[in-house]
Write a protein that binds this ligand. Structure first.
Ligand code: SAM
Ligand code: SF4
Length: 334
């Protein structure tokens, strides 16, 4: 292919993590992500085929990507998700096969956890924002808390350890459950990460003024445990602490108040074949058209590098001139 075996942007950041959105559809309607109704779904003929996804992933892996994360929308709604994992698991990069992980609402894990592991899935991140049934219904607009909890058990049972749990903290909605959720995770050996809510909701209702900040999350945890920060964060978006000396760890993803853009190694592929250098990017690189014009692998590689050339130093959420991207999170791939 000729290019160096790293995907480097103009700030010298080496990109090793490709997040692939398998669909923009979802079985929940989390308020911070999707509207209750009237979601403008992506056009069916613009969705990447499995062949096309695997091809872009192969070129990226050959260029140095070492982690493939499947996301959405809800990735487990893609009917051939097990086949996608199995085909991705045959790829080989300069440092060997990539790690394949999945971010999911877990509803389909009781049925799919074991087949996914057998296909080559190595890790899973599960979203859980509350342990209370009434709140779960209010936050996701679906009565599925029991299914989510069963999905978490299925992931643990399928030995997808460590199972990570993602919790978006919202003022007045679940910010009084920080300790309860951390205890729930500690009892089950789960790695919980609290996430600051980001301006990515379809309804554009995010409010910086009322957002729950990392400081508040840490204060709630400190009221119950002694926190010891873990070293060696690398490109991990989560800053991690030991609770009372360990072994339980708690992470905080403070995208807004403690941005980690300087170490970002992520690039995203949407379900309709657009490459995005950042969640908050306002431009995309159309690899769908490149693929469907009969392009060579070298041209796909060039499209990935072109996308990275436009990557900015940071997302500037705290800048007064910040503009929310027009795609909601569910159509970008979280
Ligand atoms: N459906 C899957 C799930 O919920 O895990 C995968 C896609 S979801 C978009 C990926 C992650 O993004 C989830 O952990 C979700 O909580 C998070 N997320 C969605 N909207 C967000 C927002 N506005 N701010 C922060 N995190 C968000
Ligand atoms: Fe669906 Fe995940 Fe968005 Fe919730 S956060 S609506 S589960 S895509």
């Amino acid at each position: 292919m000729g290019g160096p075996v790293t995907l480097t942007d103009t700030f010298g950041r080496v990109h090793r993590d490709l997040r692939i959105s398998l669909t923009d559809r979802c079985s929940l309607r989390c308020t911070y992500c999707m509207p209750a109704e009237g979601v403008p779904w992506l056009q069916k003929d613009s969705l990447l085929t499995t062949e096309e996804i695997v091809r872009v992933a192969r070129v990226a892996v050959e260029a140095g990507v070492s982690t493939l994360r499947l996301t959405g929308g809800e990735p487990l709604l893609r009917p051939d998700v097990v086949d996608v994992v199995s085909r991705l698991s045959t790829l080989i990069g300069p440092d060997g096969p990539p790690e394949i992980s999945l971010t999911t609402n877990a509803l389909a894990l009781p049925r799919l956890a074991q087949p996914l592991v057998e296909a080559g899935l190595t890790r899973v991140n599960i979203s859980l924002d509350t342990l209370r049934q009434d709140r779960f219904v209010a936050l996701t607009r679906r009565d599925r808390l029991d299914d989510t909890l069963a999905g978490i058990d299925a992931a643990v049972g399928a030995r997808l350890a460590p199972v990570k749990i993602n919790t978006v903290v919202m003022r007045g909605r679940n910010d009084d459950e920080i300790v309860d959720l951390a205890e729930f995770a500690a009892e089950r050996g789960l790695h919980l990460r609290f996430i600051e809510q980001m301006p990515l909701d379809a309804g554009h209702t995010w409010d910086r003024g009322t957002m729950v900040e990392a400081e508040e999350i840490l204060a709630a945890l400190t009221s119950r445990w002694e926190l010891t920060e873990m070293p060696g964060r690398g490109a991990d978006p989560a800053q991690t602490w030991l609770l009372d000396g360990g072994p339980t760890t708690i992470g905080v993803i403070a995208s807004v108040t403690r941005p980690f853009c300087g170490a970002c190694d992520r690039i995203r592929l949407t379900a309709d074949g657009q490459l995005r250098a950042c969640l908050f990017a306002r431009t995309e690189t159309d690899v769908l058209s490149v693929l469907r014009s009969g392009a060579s692998d070298a041209e796909i590689d060039a499209a990935i590098r072109r996308c990275l050339l436009g990557k900015k130093a940071g997302h500037d959420i705290d800048d007064p001139g910040f503009l929310q991207p027009s795609r909601p999170m569910s159509a970008i791939g979280g």
